[in-house]
Design a protein around this ligand. Sequence first.
Ligand SMILES: [Zn+2]
Length: 318
Amino acid sequence: MHTLQEYLEMIENLRRYPNAPYKPCLLLAIIQLVEQGDILENRVRLSNRLKDAFARYIAQIPGWDPKNIHNPFYHLKNDGFWHLAPSVDRTIQLSSLIGSSRSPSSRQLHELVDYGCFDEPLFIFLTQPDKREIVRQAIIERYFPDDRQGIEYLVAEEHQIGEHRQLLIQEVAEHPFLYSVTPEPSEENPARRQAFRQEIMRIYNYTCAICRLRVATVDGESVTVTDAAHIIPFRISYNDDIRNGISLCKLHHWVFDRGLISLNETYRVKVSRFIDEEGPVEWRLSNLHNKDIFLPQQEMLYPAQEALAWHRDEVFRQ
Ligand SMILES: [Zn+2]
C-alpha cells in the first residue's frame, strides 16, 4: 500500500508525456468531477461530463487538441496507479491490446473498456478535500508552471459552479417552484448559468427529453446535441430553477421555443396545427403527438407544470 507521498511521486513522473498536457489535464478533470460529486465511486467512465471538463482544461493550454482524451485515459495505466476494467466479454481483447503496446482508437477504447479506476487508497485521498488539493497543486506546479494562472482561474470557476449546482438542487428540495409574473430583473450569473447547464445535462444524461436521442462524438470533443433549455425564457422569468429547465436536442429546442411543440399536464408531447412539414413520414414532428417524454429519475426534478402551463398559454401555437 502506497502513501500519499508515493502517489505524488508517481503523478509527478508521468511516463511518455513529460511535455504533453494530456495526462495531467485528465487528472485535473477527474479531480474536479470528484469534487463536484459527478464521480462518486472509483469507476471513471469516458462520459460526456468528463470530456467536457477535460476540454476546458486543455483549452487553457494553447495548441493542444481535446479530441485526444482517449490517449491519456488509456496510457495512464503505465504510471502505476491507474487501471482499466474491460467491458463485458472483452477481457481477452483488452489484454491482447495492452500486450501489443499499440494505442487504441477512441472507438476501440469505448468498446473494450468499461471504466478506469485508481488504486483504492489514491481514490480515497481524492475524496478528501485537503488531500485532493495537495494532489491538484502538485500537478499544477509540476506540469503547468507557465499556464498556472489560467488553470487556477478555471479551478476557482469550476469550484463556484459546483457550489451553484448544490444550491440549485437544494432549492428544489426546499422550495416549491415559484414563478412570479413580474419578477425582479436579475443579471445572469455566468457560474450559475453553467451550473444550470451542467445539472440539466446530468439529470437528463445528455438525452433529448422529446426524441430520447443522446448523440455525441466518440472522441473528446465536447460537442453534444443537447441544450439545457429554459421553459420560460430566462429573459422573461429570470428563473433558472432546475424545474424551469429541460434537455432538448437542437431540433426540438428550436421547435419548442417557436411554439410548434409543447408538453401537456401528463408530460406528453403536443404538436401545433401550424406546423408545415414535408419529408419522410417516419421523421415528421407530427409523429411525436401524444408521446411520453424522457424524464429525470427523481420526480422532484421534473419540469414544473406551472412553467409548462405558461409555455402552452404564451408560446404554443394551438
Ligand atoms: Zn430531440
